[in-house]
Structure formats: C-alpha cells, structure tokens
Design a protein around this ligand. Structure first.
Ligand code: A3P
Length: 300
C-alpha cells in the first residue's frame, strides 16, 4: 500500500457518524457494498479486534506461523498491513482493503477487521472460516486508542483525555462501543465454534502459551526452533524496531506525536486515569458488562 506524496495533504481528520447504530467514519463505510459482497474462501482466516487490542501483534504471529519459513523476502519487504489487509479500509489514493485482500497471492489469506460482529460479510460465516478475536481490557484499550487517535491524522480529533474517556464510555468511538464489541464477539463464540477468543493480557503474560493455544485452534504444529523464532520475533522490542511491522512507513501517522508501537503493557491506564476517573469508570463498567463469563484483567 503506497500513497502518492502529493495526495497526503488531502487527508483530513474525519467526523463520526451513526452507521446502523454504530459510530463510524466514512473511511470504513465508503466501500460498504464491496465489503459486504466480499467472497471469503473456506481457508481464509479472519482476525477481528476492537482497535488497539493487539491486532498487529497477532497479525504478525499469524503471518510468521503460515509464511515465516517460506519467503524471507516477504518478511523484509512487505509491510504487515499489506500481508494482512484491513478489509474495510478505504483511504484516499490507496488500494482498498477489499482489493488488497482479493489480490493476495497467498493461501490461506489472512484478513483483518475491526468491525463489530454484525458487520462481518456473510460469506465468512457461509464458508465457516476460522476467526480469531483479540480483546483487551477497556482501560488500557482506551488509553492506547487515545494516543493512536492523536497520531493518526485521519481519525476524529481526540480532544483532551477527559472528554475522550467520556466519549469512550458513550461508545462514540470509531467502530463503536468497546462494550458492545467485546460482548458481541463473545456471544458469537457460543454458537460459532470456529472462533478463537484471545486476550491481550494473556499474551503479555505468556506469549508462548498463547501461541500454543492459537496453533491448536489452527491445527498447526511448528517445530521447537520455529516456535522459538516466532516468540522472539514478536516480542515488543523486536517488533518496535522492525520497520515491516511498526507502521513507520504508513502514510497517515505522525510518529512525532506518538509511536505506533507505544508501550505494549498491561496497566498503563494507571498513568492516565485519575482516581476519580477510575472509580467512575468502574461504576459505569459494572452496569454495561453484565455477562459474568467475560472477564478482563486490568493488571497481571
Ligand atoms: P499501546 O498503545 O498500549 O502500547 P493494534 O495493533 O490493535 O493497533 O494494537 C496496538 C497496541 O498493541 C499498542 O498498545 C501496541 O504497543 C501493542 N502491541 C503491539 N505489538 C505488541 C507486542 N509485541 N507486545 C506487546 N504489545 C504490543
């Protein structure tokens, strides 16, 4: 995905609007018809997340599991967002996510989405595709999203932290409410058995264990050496300095404001929430998160 440098100036911060009951920006709805008509194949793997839950991390793990041994060139010359296309994205003067996905030469095709479960194109369900959902605790998720929105110049203006936090609780974020998103996908897991639900916090706690679980789900059995290589390659510090996965070449981000690979921690929310904000957040959280089977950790 490359962008014409002269067109870069056309990129403006977008506005949120209600799209079928979900807050969205036009970059992720402009191509709606083509997205909904996307023809999934039975071996496609769909990686779904609420933004900032660890999408890139798991994208890279999947890419290494499937293609890490096959092509060195892929690893050194194709950025992760081209290897694992973002299905719904449509940015000015860039190839759309649908076109990128349709042009993928690989099998399986690894495809990423931030859509809430009800927006997933129907062919993925019809083809019984494997899906991986990654969820992250709400407090760290909103902090990460705040920094991302500051540095990503196509996102709505995040404003100050306290108003941003308010908006998050109201679900007025791109891709809607975090609460609806994590619950919607969790509920889906009860009826759709080809869905593997993962947690960012588990990944930080023991990446190797979570890769093992992922491999069991995918029916993969990497060698000990391969597994070691992958676990090492996907560590935060290694990904941060890997230009093919750290988004340094992505045109709409301003790394002077914040890096994409920012901290990669569980509990950074404590550096952002005041005590009062945390208490209010917890009160509101209890009202919204009624399903006792879906539990998040805000510390590990
Ligand atoms: P922070 O902003 O808290 O650092 P996404 O890929 O969904 O946009 O998520 C980005 C978040 O995942 C960022 O969180 C980023 O630092 C974190 N992340 C990415 N790779 C990681 C890794 N290998 N280990 C830990 N965190 C990682």
């Amino acid at each position: 995905m490359s962008v014409d440098p002269d067109k870069k100036m056309d990129l403006r911060r977008s506005e949120l609007f209600d799209f079928q009951g979900v807050s969205m920006t036009h970059f992720f709805t402009d191509n709606w018809e083509n997205i909904q008509n996307f023809q999934a194949r039975p071996d496609d793997i769909l990686l779904a997340t609420y933004p900032k839950a660890g999408t890139t991390w798991v994208s890279y793990i999947l890419d290494l599991l499937y293609f890490g041994q096959t092509s060195q060139e892929r690893q050194t010359s194709i950025p992760i967002y081209d290897r694992v296309p973002f299905l719904e994205i449509m940015l000015p003067s860039m190839e759309s996510g649908v076109d990128l996905a349709n042009n993928l030469p690989t099998s399986p095709r690894l495809i990423k989405t931030h859509y809430p479960v009800q927006f997933v194109p129907k062919s993925f369900w019809e083809q019984n595709c494997r899906m991986i959902y990654v969820a992250r605790n709400a407090k760290d998720n909103v902090v990460s999203y705040f920094h991302f929105d500051k540095m990503t110049l196509t996102e709505p203006d995040p404003g100050d932290w306290s108003s941003y936090l308010h908006r998050f609780k109201e679900g007025k974020m791109v891709f809607g409410s975090w609460y609806d998103h994590v619950n919607g996908w969790w509920k889906k897991k009860q009826t759709y058995s080809n869905l593997h639900y993962m947690f960012f916090e588990d990944m930080v706690e023991d990446t190797g264990r979570e890769i093992d679980k992922l491999c069991r789900f995918l029916g993969l059995s990497p060698s000990v050496d391969e597994k070691k290589q992958i676990t090492g390659g996907v560590q935060f510090d290694n990904m941060k300095k890997n230009d093919m996965v750290n988004y340094s070449a992505f045109p709409v981000m301003d790394f002077k404001i914040s890096p994409f690979m920012r901290k990669g921690k569980v509990g950074d929310w404590k550096n952002h929430f005041t005590v009062a904000q945390s208490e209010e957040f917890d009160e509101d959280y209890k009202k919204k998160m009624k399903d006792p089977t879906l539990q998040f950790r805000t510390v590990i």
